[in-house]
Design a protein around this ligand. Structure first.
Ligand SMILES: NC(=O)c1ccc[n+]([C@@H]2O[C@H](COP(=O)([O-])OP(=O)(O)OC[C@H]3O[C@@H](n4cnc5c(N)ncnc54)[C@H](OP(=O)(O)O)[C@@H]3O)[C@@H](O)[C@H]2O)c1
Length: 268
């Protein structure tokens, strides 16, 4: 992997977005987009651990921070008809919500992008893939802007359903829940055309065997070191991604006080 074209931009160049048109232009610059993305979208923040090995960043106070990476996450949420997360992420990220967020006017700009450019007038579904064991039904992601849905086994449904109904969370059971079947469910039952995967590496890797992701938006931290607490599971390698996707953009580079980042899109 190498960054070949363009200049290294400063991270604070993304601050100050005020309109949906500004959001579209910023995303187009980062990921070489000709227009809105549809299909199954996977955004992930990784660390280049060397020799093309891509390690997922665990999201916590030890992870390197980057305004462009946060924007990429929120750009995908703004594009989504449905967002898929997991029970484990809810446990790892107790403050997680799927609201459109960002510094300054960015959340209003993202909402403007969603409403005026994409024409979406309702919030996305948040689907939590889980066995149901230890699921906190009071978790804020189930009680924010999006429509909450727990997708689980029949045992999980049995354990959760009456309490879930009391707090306004829908539960759907399946004999054999999986990420791929969650996508099918969201398309079939919820009419979702744009589905954003926020699952961690152990679950999202299943979507690459064979590839079922239409667009992978990759935020790659290039710093030489990562705190151990920020190191998540192995995701993939550059050489493998190049065999799985027909198109890879040249990429764009951003400098931050923590180190440089690289943003690239892989598309089928
Ligand atoms: N850098 C990034 O872009 C990024 C993105 C997302 C997450 N993360 C980080 O990744 C870490 C979590 O990733 P992970 O790979 O360890 O876990 P994960 O893949 O997110 O979640 C695993 C969990 O998903 C649920 N699950 C998966 N398959 C299932 C199935 N077939 N049936 C029922 N439930 C199923 C189970 O939840 P239950 O345990 O509830 O049963 C399982 O424990 C966190 O540290 C998070 O911060 C990073």
């Amino acid at each position: 992997m190498g960054f070949v074209g363009g200049r290294v931009r400063r991270d604070d160049e993304i601050l100050g977005l005020e309109t949906g048109a500004g959001v579209a232009a910023a995303a187009a610059r980062m990921f070489d987009l000709a227009g809105p993305l549809r299909g199954v979208l996977h955004g992930t923040s990784l660390w280049n651990a060397g020799a093309g090995m891509l390690t997922t960043l665990a999201i916590n106070e030890h992870s390197p921070s980057c305004h462009h990476d946060f924007f990429a996450l929120n750009y995908l949420r703004a594009s989504a008809d449905a967002i898929i997360t997991t029970g484990k992420i809810l446990r790892c990220e107790p403050q997680l919500v799927h609201c459109l967020a960002g510094p300054g006017q960015q959340s209003e700009a993202l909402a403007d992008y969603r409403r005026r450019i994409l024409g979406k007038t309702t919030p996305p579904v948040t689907l939590v893939l889980t066995s149901g064991e230890g699921l906190d039904l009071e978790h804020p992601v189930l009680h924010s802007w999006t429509r909450p849905l727990v997708y689980t086994t029949h045992d999980g449904h049995w354990a959760l359903d009456s309490r879930a109904a009391d707090c306004g969370v829908e539960v759907i059971a399946d004999t054999e829940p999986s990420l791929q079947r969650a996508i099918t469910l969201l398309r079939r039952e919820f009419g979702a055309a744009t589905i954003v995967i926020e699952a961690g590496p152990s679950t999202s890797r299943q979507l690459y065997e064979p590839p079922a992701v239409d667009h992978l938006l990759l935020s790659l931290f290039q710093g030489p070191k990562l705190p151990a607490q920020a190191e998540g599971g192995h995701f993939s390698t550059f050489s493998r991604l190049r065999t799985q996707f027909a198109q890879a953009t040249e990429g764009s580079a951003i400098s931050t006080p923590d180190g440089d980042w690289f943003f690239q899109r892989f598309s089928r």
